[in-house]
Design a binder for this molecule. Structure first.
Ligand code: FE2
Ligand code: FE2
Length: 454
């Protein structure tokens, strides 16, 4: 690793930007991929890990047994969860649909770059020791099928649930996404850390199983999550390939100790930023309802008629004042416009938002409506909603004939012999591009070339 002092001062300054800005920056390829900035950022993150917090086994040959043991433990805990549910226990993580949709959006900065930490392994396609990691990465990309590309699947899930608004997430929500992008860009200097990070990320966590179960129960397509239960498995999937890569790429000779230490630090990078459970636990329905209405407040000022008054004030007057949303919601309850803990259809306010001819139709997104609906419903239990899912056309290939980027890429490829075409394709397999039609085409073409030239 290059010492931090020796690094480009511009990149050092840039790396102190808010994480949400760094996230966007690392998602912009431009003429020069942001390799130096990624290196500086990773150096800083590695200062924050605590290798003592969660130890890897001390010997390589214990690694597979250690991963299998973790997996067996998760399976047992999940069996206990299922038993508790069958005995009538409530959901453990997601209190309702609004909570679930909040969760999907709050983890989106990480999910939208799913797999990015492995991008830098593609360069090594001629070295058999990288085969497992490259296969893992190509599977994250859906092997060029839009219905299987993890990033495309997640984006479609958010769109289907109409929850792509700006939640104004904290910087910590972006930390894992930035780490993943940086590992992808700076893999040449941080390969042991990439391997360690991958080892941690590809192990099946209990929360993935429980989230999939509870999402399905809430009528939200769990496919993105169930897909990871099967694809990351330890008997033949990504978790096994992660262990094999750590072992295969270990240097023979004196560097073994420092290699192992760097793998362990990379593994610990998984613990920085907000974890899934912290995101789930941070949800507070009333706080989110108020925050959402405050975000809407500015746009809604002066747009309401002055016909109705609540505690002597018109809606426009309520919305003119900042910090008044809680009192306004109370006034709506006091005047009977909102009847909490009853079927929302009983509330005049809700009927303005949802239903045929609703006066405020289109004002609120799917997520925003769900927040209001769950808050109004409160202790009132709606009948179970039908399980949705399966609307995504799995395995479909996006029609690329007319896509200008794909046409341009095909033209460029014609100028090069097959062995040089791979270099042309690589930028199209990176996080900012691989879920676009040309990126999907690039993944399929890369796989063809790799199969032919091995
Ligand atoms: Fe994935
Ligand atoms: Fe995976």
């Amino acid at each position: 690793m290059t010492p931090l002092k020796a690094m480009n001062t511009r990149s050092v300054a840039e790396s102190s930007a808010p994480l949400s800005h760094l996230y966007q920056r690392l998602l912009t390829l431009g003429d020069e991929p942001p390799i130096e900035l990624s290196r500086v950022f990773l150096h800083q993150q590695l200062q924050e890990v605590e290798p003592a917090a969660q130890r890897l086994p001390t010997e390589f040959n214990q690694l597979m047994a250690w991963v299998e043991d973790h997996c067996a433990q998760v399976a047992r805990q999940y069996a206990d969860y299922l038993q508790a549910r069958q005995q009538g226990g409530g959901r453990r993580y997601l209190s309702g649909r609004a909570h679930a949709l909040y969760f999907l959006q709050a983890v989106a900065p990480t999910k939208r770059v799913d797999g990015a930490w492995l991008y830098g392994t593609l360069k090594h396609w001629q070295d058999y020791r990288y085969d497992g990691l490259i296969t893992t990465y190509l599977e994250e990309l859906g092997e060029g099928e839009v219905g299987l590309n993890h990033v495309a699947l997640y984006r479609r899930l958010l769109a289907e649930e109409d929850c792509e608004g700006d939640l104004q997430l904290s910087d910590e929500h972006y930390r894992q996404g930035v780490i993943q992008l940086a590992l992808g860009h700076a893999a040449e200097s941080f390969m042991p850390e990439v391997l360690g990070y991958n080892l941690g990320y590809e192990q099946l966590p209990l929360h993935l199983l429980i989230c999939a179960y509870e999402l399905r129960e809430l009528g939200i397509d769990p496919y993105y999550f169930t897909l990871h239960v099967t694809i990351d498995n330890v008997s033949s999937g990504h978790a096994r390939k992660a262990v094999q890569a750590v072992t295969e790429l270990a240097p023979i000779g004196l560097d073994a100790d420092s290699y192992w230490q760097r793998v362990a630090c990379g593994y610990q990078l998984n613990n920085l930023g907000l974890g899934t459970l912290e995101v789930i636990q941070s949800f507070d329905l009333e706080r989110e309802v108020v925050a959402m209405l405050e975000r809407k407040q500015r746009a809604g000022r002066y747009l309401h008629s002055d016909r109705c008054r609540f505690e002597g004030k018109t809606v426009n007057q309520w919305l003119e004042q900042t910090g008044c949303i809680s009192s306004f919601l109370q006034a709506l309850q006091d005047t009977g416009w909102i009847r909490r803990h009853e079927n929302p259809q009983e509330s005049r306010f809700w009927r303005l938002i949802e239903g045929r001819g609703a006066a405020m139709f289109g004002v609120f997104s799917g997520y925003e409506k769900q927040l209001l609906k769950d808050w109004i419903s409160g202790r009132w239990q709606a009948p179970a909603s039908p399980v949705r899912g399966g609307s995504v056309c799995r395995g479909a290939t996006m029609e690329q004939q007319e896509d200008p980027e794909t046409c341009a890429l095909r033209q460029i490829l014609k100028r090069y012999p097959p062995e040089q075409q791979i270099d042309v394709l690589l930028p199209w397999l990176s996080a900012p591009r691989h879920s676009r039609p040309a990126g999907l085409f690039a993944a399929r073409h890369f796989m063809d070339l790799r199969a032919r030239m091995r």
